[in-house]
Write a protein that binds this ligand. Structure first.
Ligand code: AHG
Ligand code: MN
Ligand code: MN
Ligand code: MN
Length: 343
């Protein structure tokens, strides 16, 4: 398709909204604000060591006990500033903020909640490997909208199946925005001449079968038997029970792994393990597992804890961690069967 004929993100959203004659346009406006935050973060990331402030080490510790990079903090700030003013939000929550963010009194409050990981894979920043931002949009409870009261943690503890929209931006060789408003998954690429996201991937579907897996195997001695069985069978290749050879990838940016899987299939696992028995997994349910799970399910793939669909899990805390397996349907279902079998 010639570049000039490709819809922009704005055009795509307006055309989607025509399907719902009564819709207010608030969701579209919110998604556009998020896309502007992502463009601003893409610019910051692209400057690398030349970025004003790059010498700033960051160094504070977030609620997860991770040392924040300066760009984690800057990206969080860009999301907050770009989304707080519009009147579409009742509140926000982020990896980098321990408590829910209250919309300041100078701005109106709205009916949505925005939950985000402002920079995913930030341990890769020093080595210039692809990172991204992940976001999830939920409806605020009716009573919050009616009263306009401050949001509390419990308002955000909704199963992922209730997401209204979810997506991610990818800051790689090109900058992309991948989005679902519950009607399939579409991908946009940033046109640097226009400064606009243009529709380049109108219908993303994940192949049902795959021969590629992604897992941090340095944790293998801590894995549970079903995960060990699955990976051993992949490694056994053509002469093993799977009868085919598998390839492996590990980028350590979940958002980049999710994107690869959307493009060509595969499976990603960050299972719970015995390394730290207190933790259920590494990735966070509300702003990592749920939005990526929503995208996967909307693209015909699956997202699971190994034991149940991730989108059905009732969250118990804002920063809750969870075991996560997602990707090609038949591989995820196989991993779930191994969990049911106990190995
Ligand atoms: P974040 O940078 O937002 O804290 O998330 C990092 C996550 C995820 O992107 C990645 O898959 C995983 O951490 C990498 O974990 P390992 O360091 O254990 O490989
Ligand atoms: Mn982090
Ligand atoms: Mn992350
Ligand atoms: Mn992060």
């Amino acid at each position: 398709m010639p570049l000039s004929k490709r819809p922009t993100l704005t055009q795509y959203l307006i055309e989607q909204r025509r399907r719902f004659p009564g819709a207010s346009g608030d969701l579209n406006a919110l998604i556009l604000d998020v896309s502007i935050a992502c463009k601003a973060i893409a610019r910051q990331v692209a400057f690398g060591e030349l970025r004003a402030g790059a010498e700033n080490a960051g160094g504070a510790t977030n609620v997860q006990g991770e040392v924040q990079k300066h760009l984690d903090v800057v990206s969080n700030e860009l999301f907050v500033r770009q989304a707080e003013w519009s009147g579409h939000l009742a509140g926000m929550a982020s990896e980098e903020m321990e408590a829910p963010y209250q919309i300041p009194g100078e701005y109106p409050r709205g009916k949505y909640l925005l939950v985000f990981d402002p920079l995913d894979g930030s341990s890769n920043l020093d080595v210039d490997v692809t990172v991204g931002s992940i976001f999830s949009i939920l409806r605020a409870p009716d009573e919050v909208v009616a009263s306009g009261r401050d949001v509390i943690e419990a308002d955000f503890l909704q199963p992922g199946a209730q997401q209204v929209a979810a997506g991610y931006a990818l800051y790689g060789p090109s900058t992309m925005l991948v989005l679902s408003v519950g009607n399939g998954v579409v991908g946009f690429t940033l046109d640097h001449n226009l400064g606009e996201f243009k529709l380049t991937h109108p219908e993303l579907r994940v192949p049902e079968d795959a021969q590629e897996f992604a897992i941090n195997s340095s944790n293998s001695r801590f894995w549970e038997p079903p995960v060990k069985r699955y990976v051993d069978e992949c490694l056994a290749g053509r002469s093993g029970p799977r009868g085919k050879d598998f390839n492996m990838r590990w980028i350590a940016s979940m958002v980049a792994e999710a994107h690869r899987i959307l493009m060509r299939g595969g499976v990603f696992l960050y299972p719970r393990d015995s390394k730290d028995p207190g933790k259920a997994g590494r990735l966070r349910l509300l702003y990592e597992a749920n939005p990526i799970g929503f995208i996967m399910e909307q693209a015909g793939a699956r997202a699971s804890t190994g034991r149940q669909p991730v989108l059905g899990v009732p969250p118990s805390a804002l920063h809750q961690r969870i075991a996560l397996v997602f990707g090609s349907k038949n591989e995820v279902e196989r991993i779930e069967r191994y969990h049911q079998d106990g190995a």
